[in-house]
Design a protein around this ligand. Structure first.
Ligand code: GLN
Length: 484
């Protein structure tokens, strides 16, 4: 077994027992990237010399007999919408093709202070808008289980890198499912924490009231470990929560006895693939055998989640993306005067999907339509939040599929944005309500593509979904499998 196939916690043990060195581990990962990435296309930028330098620092600490933290020396990949000081951060957009941030995002400060080894920056849908990573202005990332399939998105590079053994863990961002859906498509674990748990400082804004950074890992233990490293109040993000951060690894307990798990009937309606439905039902049966209680619940406003999300997210995006004007950030395309310069820059350097969302967003926010669209969407958002509040009076967590189907073919939906938007049905309600959710693998379909399910927690209760996810994971043996 090569080192790239292992989890962060296994590698941590090996590092502390001096069975391997951090440099050896880092080199193994770069070797794997070299072998694999021309096929997978996860990485936009490799940061080899910095990575090796960090690994050497960790090795020196170990040789001095110092204790190392859980992520010290562990190789990771970072979604390219998270600012990295001195390292290009493009958001997979042409408009930021030359943008080198002068500062680190708070999550990067945290990872760097732990001496996690950053291997490089990975692909995404441009500005995180999409669900297949096909909207990247640079390259198409392939699903490691089947390279004719998408890896999901927008954190497709992060999920594909972890699944392919090109990183031990990755950071992604999730505005409407962009961590959980690619994790599901690639057969790995992905968590969107409660809104406010992780600082958004230095995460390039897509839709500020929905965006959240989170981990993509090979198992639940690593998920808890990475969460420990990145959560916490940050004075640089006024929406980050002052709530105390527990040690999430304390929730790695195999016990769901008497846990009440809600199964929302609205998530099992037509349009969901039979194999996905069966796999998720199978999960509920496993939980029942382990002593949990499965309760049917209703989240009646689920059917409005997609339309609500696709008003609010583009409205916020239109506002956030105003800053790319050829002056403050990124590249400039010249014009006769300032208006023409801005027009040329935005016309030439933004991709189709980004333009579509800017137009939808500005339309929904315009004086004549604000009440009919944006304000209405905010009201429905409140109803969707209330659905969850009501449901959580009776259950501890909620279980759903992560996506209505397994990974689709590259090119299958690029020309049908509405169809692509419908893919987000199971994931966007959590962002609208600010709730934590985790996706974990629960099997494969007949075509050997991974299927994932989602556990939804109460606000700030990542602990219970980690415990339930860990308990389920103990009954399975496929979470460490690397596709051949
Ligand atoms: N697929 C959704 C969208 O296109 C979610 C994206 C995300 O979470 N960043 O907006």
């Amino acid at each position: 077994m090569r080192l790239y196939e292992k989890t962060a916690h296994e590698l941590h043990e090996m590092l502390t027992a001096k069975k391997i060195s951090a440099l050896e581990l880092t080199k193994d990962l770069f070797e794997r990237i070299e072998e694999k990435d021309s096929e997978i296309g996860a990485y936009l930028e490799i940061t080899k010399s910095q990575a090796e330098q960090t690994a050497k620092i960790v090795d020196e600490k170990i040789s001095r007999g110092e204790k190392i933290s859980a992520l010290e020396g562990i190789p990771c990949a970072i979604k390219d919408n998270i600012c990295t000081k001195g390292i290009k951060t493009t958001c997979a957009s042409k408009i930021l093709e030359n943008f080198v941030p002068p500062y680190d995002a708070t999550v990067m400060k945290k990872l760097n202070s732990q001496n996690a080894v950053v291997l490089g920056k990975v692909n995404l849908d441009e500005f995180a808008m999409g669900g297949s990573t096909e909207n990247s202005a640079y390259q198409v990332t392939k699903n490691p289980w089947n390279i004719e399939r998408v890896p999901g998105g927008s954190s497709g590079g992060s999920a594909a890198a972890v699944a392919a053994g090109e990183a031990i863990f990755a950071l992604g961002s999730d505005t409407g499912g962009s961590i959980r859906q690619p994790a599901s498509f690639c057969g790995v674990v992905g968590m969107k924490p409660t809104y406010g748990r992780v600082s958004r400082y230095g995460l390039v804004a897509f839709a500020s009231s929905l965006d959240q950074i989170g981990p993509i890992t090979r198992d639940v233990t690593d998920c808890a470990t990475v969460l420990n490293a990145i959560c916490g109040l940050d004075e640089m993000d006024s929406t980050s929560t002052p709530a105390a951060v527990p040690d999430f690894t304390k929730s790695l307990i195999s016990d769901v006895k008497n846990l009440k798990i809600g199964l929302p009937k609205e998530y099992f309606v037509k349009g969901i693939d039979k194999e996905v439905e069966d796999a998720v039902i199978n999960v509920t049966e496993i939980f029942e055998k382990l002593g949990a209680q499965i309760v049917e619940i209703s989240l009646p406003h689920t059917e409005f989640a997609i339309s609500t999300y696709y008003i609010i997210a583009p409205a916020e995006a239109a506002t956030n993306l105003e800053r790319y004007d050829g002056v403050s950030y990124g590249v400039r395309v010249d014009g006769a005067d300032i208006v023409e310069m801005m027009t040329n820059t935005r016309t030439e350097k933004f991709g189709e999907e980004v333009k579509r969302r800017i137009m939808i967003g500005n339309y929904a926010l315009s004086a004549g339509y604000y009440d009919a669209y944006y304000l209405k969407a905010l009201k429905v958002r409140t109803l969707i939040q209330k659905d969850f509040t009501d449901a959580f009076k009776n259950v501890d967590i909620i279980l759903t599929p992560t996506t209505p189907n397994a990974a689709f073919k590259i090119g299958e939906m690029v020309n049908d944005p509405l169809k692509m938007y419908l893919q987000d049905i199971c994931t966007v309600p959590l962002n609208l309500a600010g709730l934590p959710g985790i996706s974990l693998p629960c099997g494969f379909n007949k075509e050997n593509l991974p299927i994932g399910f989602q556990l939804i927690g109460k606000p700030l209760d990542e602990e219970t979904i980690i415990r339930a996810a860990f308990t389920y994971e103990q009954t399975q043996n496929f979470s460490n499998k690397i596709p051949q």
